[in-house]
Design a protein around this ligand. Structure first.
Ligand SMILES: [Zn+2]
Length: 117
């Protein structure tokens, strides 16, 4: 039960991050959950029966989530100009996280204050 809550929190965090990086949030959420379910249940089914099997499946599933998180954080939107701190959107004033390269509220890309002036 606790693990389900943790997965929901992780997926929420990953989709929020994906939105800020300009990735497709629905697709990101689906890939995250699908991979997690496939590993958690697939490995439990495929691996030879042993005491460690549920643990291995769980670790593999969480490794998948961690990898996606790292991939989205560092690979998606890497070519776009990026802020070095939290920033206010120039269009809607929404306060975005430093990891966001586009506004989480209105999708406006971040612009350097120097470039705008
Ligand atoms: Zn905005």
């Amino acid at each position: 039960m606790i693990e389900i809550v943790a997965v929901v929190l992780a997926v929420t965090g990953i989709t929020a991050l994906a939105r800020g990086r300009g990735a497709n949030t629905v697709l990101t959420g689906v890939i995250t959950v699908a991979g997690y379910v496939a590993l958690e249940f697939g490995l439990n089914f495929l691996l030879p029966k042993s005491e460690n099997r549920p643990l291995i499946a769980m670790v593999a599933a969480w490794t998948w989530i961690a990898l996606l998180f790292i991939l989205i954080r560092f690979a998606v939107g890497a070519g776009m100009p990026k802020p070095d701190s939290k920033w206010n959107c120039s269009k809607c004033r929404y306060l975005n996280d430093a990891s966001s390269v586009i506004c989480e509220a209105c999708q406006q890309p971040w612009k350097s204050p120097d470039a705008a002036a």
